[in-house]
Design a protein around this ligand. Structure first.
Ligand SMILES: Cc1ncc(COP(=O)(O)O)c(C=O)c1O
Length: 362
């Protein structure tokens, strides 16, 4: 019997997407971004599928440690770096690479004068995101300080992050690139700036490493497009099954708060998936759901363990029939649109009770 709600991970699709990144960025090394449990897909399985990447990036130290404990030997960059001595120690012990983005981190490093180990770093420049990183003269000063630290492996690598690369009409990306290139022109280290939107949408960005996240999972970073528009394939396929089929008469309402009212007699299906699994509560009536591979509309409120769909177009649908919430045949971008969100949040929102399997149930 199939589980009530499960994700079929298509790891072949993940490998295909990595090859697509190589097509978009043939001259770059690839740091596969697998933070947040590989965007909800499961960090170890995705890391295993992406061993052709030149390295991995995670947000936090514990994610990097987990990858090392699972036996991955590739370079692993911790995008947030460390906030204290203990975290720096974990980074050093596990031979992780660290982003350096604020003076406190440099102060911590300076207390390691007698440390014989070597730490590979990415010095972060804030080119306009105004989140992490050094600006202007502070960037150069930080570079000089790190250049004189025995603990730091030379040359120092250089990193920045796009704020608006998903908007192809916004000049900010070009400005960020220009600022980054100018500020780092005289420095010998490797450079990295582009995320998925940068890789696909801004091909002339010249840096040594690209940092794809979303596109590896088969999704489009651009609103109004799907991964398929860029030759990408969905890795996460979220499935469930019908657990009840019934008729409601015209005028009756369905679900909490009665937000949906039947305009005519309606055949209704109840699907065993809800916000307790990561199906977004704010998904509106009309959102597409696949029942037996055919599109039917979501109706009424999403509850914790169930959603309801209009099965009027499916006279033969019955309890146990397969349901797909997103993945092959139904782009997650489309569902995200009905939930007023982006694919990132849907992917990351999959909860622990959802089984993740590598082979589809038949
Ligand atoms: C610093 C950094 N680089 C790269 C990425 C990957 O971005 P995307 O998933 O849009 O490709 C992220 C994700 O948020 C990030 O924070």
């Amino acid at each position: 019997m199939t589980p009530a709600a499960y994700v079929h991970l298509d790891l072949q699709a993940a490998r295909h997407n990595l090859q697509q990144v190589k097509r978009y960025a043939p001259d770059n090394k690839i740091m596969a971004v697998i933070k947040a449990n590989a965007y909800g897909h499961g960090i170890s399985r995705i890391a295993e599928a992406l061993t052709d990447a030149d390295g991995f990036a995670v947000a936090r130290v514990d994610e990097g440690v987990r990858l090392r404990q699972a036996g991955f030997q590739q370079p692993i960059t911790v995008l947030q770096g460390f906030v204290c001595h203990d975290e720096l120690e974990l980074i050093l012990q596990n031979q992780l690479d660290s982003v350096i983005h604020n003076p406190q981190q440099i102060a911590i490093l300076q207390q390691h004068t007698n440390d014989k180990r070597q730490l590979r770093v990415w010095l972060k420049m804030d080119t306009g995101m105004n989140r992490l990183g050094f600006k202007g003269a502070d960037f150069n000063a930080a570079y000089q300080q790190l250049s004189h630290s025995a603990l730091i492996q030379q040359p120092i690598n250089l990193i920045s992050h796009f704020a608006n690369a998903d908007d192809l009409l916004d000049d900010k990306t070009r400005q960020q690139v220009e600022l980054f290139n100018q500020a780092t022109a005289d420095y010998p280290g490797q450079r990295s700036i582009a995320n998925s939107a940068g890789i696909i949408g801004w091909p002339n960005v010249n840096s040594d490493w690209v940092r794809p996240g979303l596109m590896l999972y088969g999704c489009s970073p651009f609103a109004g497009k799907t991964g398929a528009d860029f030759g990408l394939k969905p890795v996460m396929n979220l499935h469930s099954r019908l657990i009840a089929v019934k008729n409601v008469a015209a005028g009756e309402t369905v679900g909490y708060s009665g937000t949906w009212q039947a305009a005519s007699d309606t055949r209704l299906g109840v699907v065993s998936i809800g916000y307790g699994d990561g199906y977004h509560r704010h998904t509106r009536s009309g959102a597409p759901v696949l029942v037996n591979g055919q599109r039917v509309p979501l109706i009424g409120r999403v509850s914790m363990d169930m959603i309801t769909v209009d099965l009027t177009s499916q006279a033969n649908a019955k309890i146990g029939d397969p349901v797909t919430l997103w993945g092959g045949g139904l782009a997650i971008e489309e569902v995200a649109h009905f939930a007023d969100t982006i694919p990132y949040t849907l992917l990351c929102g999959i909860t622990q009770r959802v089984q993740i399997v590598e082979h589809p149930y038949t």
